[in-house]
Design a protein around this ligand. Structure first.
Ligand code: ADP
Ligand code: AMP
Length: 215
């Protein structure tokens, strides 16, 4: 079977991780988040994690060569043989070219770029209320609270707020997104693989819209 790569596109806080987790279950493809991969390296104290930390803390993008190498290594693993739901990658035109090439090398293709279009005021509100667990499950104090405050429903781990979700960093991350990642919307539109979904809707409605687009 041809490997299918779905790309979740959208600003920080748009809901990419939240939706990718659900689509991953629905389609039976692994959810690969470049941010989670970096945070994993950071937690393990690897050389890559140490390198990425200063970019992540300041809300900048980690350089393309490092990011592409890390994602490539992950996509070459056996569980990705039928494809993956990519969340947070690609984030630059060079990364978009890299995934085209890699998908081809792995005998697959980028099936669709799913763009979550979200109003800026909502992004800030979503990021400021976000709590995550070390395994990447995502909650929101108002929109998606855990059953037990501070504890992940799924694995019982303690939730925390990401350092880069503080207000100053959030503003900068949105600017970086607009400058470096938003041009990918036109890139995928030109290729005929862009599907735009109204990401302002609630989590369940966004999910339904995405599944309709995936078909
Ligand atoms: P991203 O991966 O794009 O940065 P997340 O999936 O982590 O975004 O979502 C950011 C925050 O917004 C989280 O706290 C999440 O629970 C919440 N959230 C995600 N989608 C929605 C939605 N459609 N409506 C309200 N809150 C949402
Ligand atoms: P995220 O979890 O997607 O919000 O990503 C958190 C941080 O990790 C970003 O602000 C970047 O510093 C870094 N990062 C994640 N994905 C990428 C990527 N594709 N390219 C460059 N940096 C990335």
């Amino acid at each position: 079977m041809t490997a299918r790569y779905y790309i979740m596109l959208g600003a920080p806080g748009a809901g990419k991780g939240t939706q990718a987790k659900q689509i991953s279950e629905e389609l039976g493809l692994p959810h690969i988040s470049s941010g989670d991969l970096f945070r994993h390296h950071l937690g393990e104290g690897t050389e890559l994690g140490v390198l990425a930390k200063k970019f992540m803390d300041s809300g900048e993008l980690v350089p393309d060569d490092v990011t592409i190498g890390m994602v490539q290594e992950r996509l070459e693993q056996d569980d990705c043989s039928e494809g993956a739901i990519l969340d947070g990658f690609p984030r630059t035109p060079a990364q978009a070219e890299a995934i085209e090439l890699l998908a081809d090398q792995l005998g697959g293709k980028v099936a669709k770029a799913l763009y979550l279009d979200v109003n800026k005021a909502l992004l800030v509100e979503r990021l400021s209320g976000r709590w995550v667990c070390p395994d990447g499950h995502v909650y929101h104090t108002v929109y998606h609270p855990p059953k037990k405050p501070g504890i992940c429903d799924i694995d019982g781990l303690e939730l925390y707020q990401r350092d880069d979700d503080k207000k100053e960093t959030v503003e900068h991350r949105i600017t970086v997104y607009l400058e470096q990642t938003a041009p990918l919307i036109a890139y995928y539109r030109e290729r005929g693989t862009l599907a735009t979904v109204d990401g302002d809707q609630d989590i369940e409605q966004v999910q339904q819209s995405l599944l309709q687009e995936i078909g």
